[in-house]
Design a protein around this ligand. Structure first.
Ligand SMILES: *[C@@H]1O[C@H](CO)[C@@H](O)[C@H](O)[C@H]1NC(C)=O
Ligand SMILES: *[C@@H]1O[C@H](CO)[C@@H](O)[C@H](O)[C@H]1NC(C)=O
Ligand SMILES: *[C@@H]1O[C@H](CO)[C@@H](O)[C@H](O)[C@H]1NC(C)=O
Ligand SMILES: *[C@@H]1O[C@H](CO)[C@@H](O)[C@H](O)[C@H]1NC(C)=O
Ligand SMILES: *[C@@H]1O[C@H](CO)[C@@H](O)[C@H](O)[C@H]1NC(C)=O
Ligand SMILES: *[C@@H]1O[C@H](CO)[C@@H](O)[C@H](O)[C@H]1NC(C)=O
Ligand SMILES: *[C@@H]1O[C@H](CO)[C@@H](O)[C@H](O)[C@H]1NC(C)=O
Ligand SMILES: *[C@@H]1O[C@H](CO)[C@@H](O)[C@H](O)[C@H]1NC(C)=O
Ligand SMILES: *[C@@H]1O[C@H](CO)[C@@H](O)[C@H](O)[C@H]1NC(C)=O
Ligand SMILES: *[C@@H]1O[C@H](CO)[C@@H](O)[C@H](O)[C@H]1NC(C)=O
Ligand SMILES: *[C@@H]1O[C@H](CO)[C@@H](O)[C@H](O)[C@H]1NC(C)=O
Ligand SMILES: *[C@@H]1O[C@H](CO)[C@@H](O)[C@H](O)[C@H]1NC(C)=O
Length: 599
């Protein structure tokens, strides 16, 4: 929700602002005589299709201003379009905001099932606009039925935080004349709170994120899609330290439970798969100045993680209910895996394809290998309590897991295997009593689903590499009412992947947009001043000398039908602007992120 140092205050926003004496601020509203055009705040992404023209039909499904919306989601109803022939469904979200506010997390649910998780851009006084198009075709069965829409965007709106978020989501339906094979059922692993007009996300570690589900007896294929993001005290989980080092500087600067996180899917008490999360950086993250007008990777559409649970079908198709649990754990030197801070917002969905020719799926007992992850930790706790000391730490982790079983459906007998291999390195160096830090982290993974003999299924392999490096130095004013505090920050990060996204692949097997090869890098640096009049702090973007801040991004994408490249560069500052914007109908070369310390 915000940058790091002032976190202790921000995480208690209400109490921070409750005592504030700031009351002279006038609300920023679009005024008729405003001449400044809205700032377009972009997430660099390949277009979903060659043209958005020629939609069979469209309808607005959400139009709502989220003002003082804390705890009050938008409730609406969805009806499938009438007399409209369609295969592909795209939701177009557009948002305007004027004034001052933090980035806010938003969740879009249809009933108990989460469709889209996003965070907002941070507004500027003269107003921002942004839009994002997301393909929702994998939810085809929901899109053809009546659904309750629940959209949560918990926003604080008062004399200090003057920015509301005016959200419009339009559904565009296209007839691409392909034969869809969408999931027959989508079952929620969620708190199932739609009947109470609440979103169904669990909050971990406080909640017990367990759902009992009874699957149909004739399932051919089942894949779990998980959405999980660290928020509150877990927004910057990757810069946390092991518990032994938490008190290193004898202050409250450092957060514990290690910089390692694992999201687990547990079926009937057994670990079925894991996600080592992408280090998402929201638009207030590391330094707010870095993300205007180019937001961080995946900000408007937080990535889901898929685990194929088809090897479990022999058990899951027995007609009984089974327990599906989501957990988030960190590294703990005593217990290897332990709890985390508050809070992780999680929910998941089970996408089920039925065996239409069969009555019951049978399976051999599952062969599982789930050894505990291997960790290596290098703390330096030799220089406690000295003012000029540094805390250097390195944590590495590796794990693999696999599940195999022989599954019999009407289409044959096959050995199905799900396997994951993951590696992780995190190196941090805290100085200046924890106020200055450098961090580099690299998460890599490969997930593979395979079936032998091959019949309808190909081997599906997804590999990814997520390096991130940043520095963030805080010089805190001894008298914040008189002088500014300064935040000096830089970032360099990439997302590289080679994927066959399992659920789109199973849904749209006719048009194989695969494999998808993505490489993108963002780097930038900026100096950000703020002072203790909360209003100014929340709204200030960079120093007057805007040349001190710049963010650059390369983006290169290719699938079997499309090649796309884009290179953008922005000057942050009082008048943030794109100074370079090149688009290509081909892939481009993306320079490697400079990780400084990590291989
Ligand atoms: C999405 O909505 C915005 C705002 O109305 C509009 O500018 C944009 O063209 C729309 N995108 C599509 C694909 O229709
Ligand atoms: C929100 O946006 C919609 C669509 O652009 C517009 O009609 C409406 O007036 C806006 N609401 C506010 C409060 O600005
Ligand atoms: C849920 O919201 C709808 C629409 O605002 C309302 O009609 C209904 O009474 C609400 N249900 C509950 C349980 O609050
Ligand atoms: C969580 O809920 C499940 C199902 O309701 C229950 O079996 C389990 O004991 C609960 N776990 C804890 C730690 O309360
Ligand atoms: C640092 O020193 C203080 C006072 O001497 C002591 O109370 C504290 O426990 C020390 N911190 C650590 C992490 O050892
Ligand atoms: C499925 O059950 C029906 C009704 O009991 C039976 O007629 C049919 O032969 C069964 N099909 C298979 C593949 O076992
Ligand atoms: C650990 O701290 C000691 C004492 O300050 C220092 O000599 C040593 O170089 C440090 N090691 C690392 C890896 O930073
Ligand atoms: C940590 O940072 C300090 C201060 O910049 C530097 O002197 C030290 O060499 C760094 N340690 C490592 C291991 O990079
Ligand atoms: C912390 O960072 C600030 C700003 O970059 C710098 O001026 C200061 O010297 C750093 N302090 C230490 C102890 O490295
Ligand atoms: C605080 O920052 C604002 C700009 O964000 C500036 O106008 C104001 O003068 C600053 N106050 C002090 C005391 O520096
Ligand atoms: C604080 O920073 C603002 C820019 O954000 C600047 O206008 C102001 O002059 C600065 N105040 C001091 C005391 O340096
Ligand atoms: C990003 O890194 C490249 C080197 O790979 C450098 O030339 C460029 O100036 C950096 N961009 C920014 C905005 O820091």
């Amino acid at each position: 929700m915000a940058f790091m140092l002032v976190f202790a205050c921000i995480s208690l926003l209400q109490s921070c602002t409750a005592g504030s004496t700031v009351s002279t601020v006038t609300k920023n509203q679009p005024s008729n005589d405003a001449v400044t055009p809205l700032l377009d705040v972009i997430q660099v992404e390949a277009p979903l299709r060659a043209s958005y023209g020629g939609a069979s039909c469209k309808q607005t499904i959400v139009q709502h201003e989220f003002a003082a919306s804390y705890g009050t989601p938008y409730i609406g109803s969805y009806s499938p379009p009438k007399d409209c022939k369609f295969t592909t469904t795209i939701f177009n979200m557009s948002v305007t905001s004027y004034g001052i506010n933090f980035d806010r997390l938003a969740l879009l649910y249809f009933g108990d099932i989460e469709l889209w998780r996003m965070t907002t851009a941070m507004p500027v006084r003269t107003g921002i606009f942004y839009k994002y198009e997301k393909d929702l075709t994998i939810f085809d069965s929901l899109l053809r039925s009546e659904e309750k829409i629940i959209m949560t965007l918990d926003n604080i709106y008062n004399s200090v935080f003057t920015g509301s978020y005016n959200v419009t989501i339009t559904a565009l339906y296209f007839d691409d004349q392909e034969t869809l094979t969408p999931a027959d059922n989508i079952l929620p692993i969620s708190s199932q709170s739609s009947s109470k007009n609440q979103s169904s996300a669990f909050s971990l570690p406080g909640d017990n994120a367990t759902t009992s589900l009874t699957l149909p007896r004739n399932v051919e294929r089942a894949v779990v899609s998980i959405l999980a993001s660290g928020n509150g005290a877990e927004e910057f989980w990757f810069r946390n330290v092991i518990n032994e080092n938490k008190g290193f500087f004898n202050n409250d600067i450092l957060y514990g439970y290690s910089p390692f996180r694992e999201v687990q899917l547990i079926i009937d008490g057994s670990l079925a798969g894991v996600s080592w999360p992408f280090p998402i950086v929201f638009t207030g993250g590391i330094s707010p100045g870095l993300w205007v007008p180019i937001v961080g990777i995946d900000t408007y559409d937080l990535p889901s993680f898929e685990i194929d649970i088809s090897p479990w079908l022999g058990t899951l198709c027995d007609g009984n209910s089974h327990s599906f649990e989501l957990k988030v754990v960190g590294y703990d030197s005593q217990t290897t895996l332990g709890t985390v801070n508050s809070n992780w917002v999680v929910s998941a969905s089970v996408f089920i394809w039925s065996d239409h020719g069969g009555n019951q799926t049978h399976g051999s007992s599952i062969e599982s290998q789930t050894p505990a992850p291997a960790f290596e930790v290098m703390p330096n706790v030799t220089s406690m309590n000295t003012t000029n000391s540094n805390l250097f730490s390195k944590l590495t982790a590796y794990r693999f897991l696999s599940h195999s079983a022989t599954i019999t459906t009407s289409s044959g007998i096959r050995k199905l295997t799900w396997r994951q291999d993951l590696s992780y390195t995190n190196i941090q160096n805290y100085t200046a009593l924890g106020y200055n830090k450098t961090l580099s982290q690299h998460t890599r993974g490969i997930s593979t689903f395979s079936a032998t003999p091959r019949k309808h299924f190909t081997t599906i392999s997804n590999s990814y590499s997520w390096p991130i490096f940043f520095t963030s130095n805080n010089v805190v004013s001894p008298d914040p009412k008189a002088t500014n505090s300064t935040l000096v920050a830089s970032i360099d990060r990439s997302s590289q992947s080679h994927t066959i996204p399992i659920i789109p692949y199973l849904t749209q097997s006719v048009s194989l947009f695969i494999p998808q090869v993505l490489s993108t890098r963002q780097n930038g640096s900026c100096i950000y001043f703020w002072n203790n009049t909360l209003y100014e702090f929340a709204g200030a973007i960079d120093p007057a000398d805007g040349t001190l801040g710049a963010t650059e991004q390369w983006y290169s994408y290719k699938d079997s039908q499309e090649s796309y490249g884009r290179h953008v560069k922005a000057i942050d500052g009082y008048e943030p602007v794109l100074i370079l914007d090149e688009e290509f109908q081909n892939t481009i070369s993306v320079p490697e992120a400079d990780l400084d310390m990590v291989d």
